[in-house]
Design a protein around this ligand. Structure first.
Ligand code: NAP
Ligand code: GCO
Length: 266
């Protein structure tokens, strides 16, 4: 196989959850440009319509499905529709996710449960829906979007860190349980990426200065910048392609070196 073919996704069907914008959109765009047929979901018609137009503007014919990934019935129907319209899902990216930044002593249990439901239970639900088709084909790639919080904690993100830590171990377990069917399950652990999810952490101060957390992340990142969704395109293609056929149960951190660095001396 030629080297460039190793990274080709020609003829593959990719489902990227929560890909109306943000990291999921960038990964779906990368997959389309690598040759894959794209299916994505979100929860509202408004986001769906805008996303379809945004993909079209990039020359991508993405198929969108309104589906709440925490609802197993909706997920099963979405996967059945994708299989009818595009074919068996070859690549799943469990990207949909939320965060709530609330001190644990003030967080309601329903809020904790909602984060775990979307960030951990839903990747189980969606992976469970696509695995039978992958097993039948004896081929599949599942990529779970983990986080630096799969490894580290910080104030106010107890639910998110618990969910993303669990997602790391779900990734390793899917790899362990289905590797014999030539299914590779890996994670991507993005660092701090400039998307709507982290916008509150980057808001300019009244005096026009950087948000304190923004300055903190710059000081903790060897590359001294926030990541962009585009920084995840190459790693995501690698883990979805034949080039990673013997990579399994691995969490690939794409964080500009934060996890390796003690931080710049103030
Ligand atoms: P984002 O901009 O907030 O986008 C999140 C996406 O998830 C949206 O498209 C949203 O769609 C979708 N979503 C949320 N709940 C859903 C549900 N129940 N059902 C279906 N779709 C749902 O977030 P992002 O920054 O792109 O992050 C994407 C993933 O990367 C998340 O798992 C996040 O935890 C992870 N991550 C982000 C960073 C970062 O710094 N940004 C770093 C590490 C990991 P609708 O709300 O329109 O339905
Ligand atoms: C936060 C951020 C992080 C990032 C990401 C880091 O509040 O600390 O939102 O959680 O989103 O997960 O990898």
């Amino acid at each position: 196989m030629g080297i460039s073919n190793m990274f080709s996704l020609d003829g593959k069907v990719a489902l990227v959850t929560g890909a109306a914008y943000g990291i999921g959109f960038a990964i779906a765009e990368a997959y389309a440009k690598a040759g894959a047929k794209i299916a994505f979901n979100c929860r509202t018609q408004e986001h769906m319509d805008k996303a379809i137009a945004d993909y079209k503007a990039k020359g991508i014919e993405a198929r969108g499905y309104i589906c709440d990934v925490t609802d197993e019935e909706q997920v099963q129907k979405m996967v059945a529709d994708i299989e009818k319209e595009l074919g068996t899902v070859d690549i799943l990216v469990n990207n949909a996710g939320i965060i709530k930044r609330i001190p644990m002593t003030e967080m309601k249990v329903e809020e904790f449960r909602q984060v775990v439901d979307i960030d951990l239970n839903a990747p189980f639900i969606v992976a469970k829906a696509v695995l039978p088709g992958m097993i039948k084909k004896n081929h599949g790639k599942i990529i779970n979007i983990c986080s630096m919080m799969s490894e580290l904690g910080r104030e106010t993100v107890s639910a998110y860190a618990a969910a993303k830590g669990g997602l790391k171990m779900l990734t390793k377990n899917i790899a362990s349980e289905y590797g014999e069917h030539n299914i590779q399950c890996n994670g991507i652990g993005p660092g701090y990426i400039a998307t709507p999810q982290t916008a509150p952490l980057r808001e300019k101060q009244a005096d026009g200065s950087r948000h304190p957390f923004d300055q903190f992340i710059i000081s903790k990142t060897p590359q001294a910048r926030w990541g962009t969704p585009e920084d995840l395109m190459g790693p995501a293609i690698f883990l979805a392609s034949d080039a990673s056929d013997f990579v399994n149960g691995h969490i690939l951190y794409v964080d500009g070196g934060i996890l390796a660095y003690i931080g710049k001396q103030p």
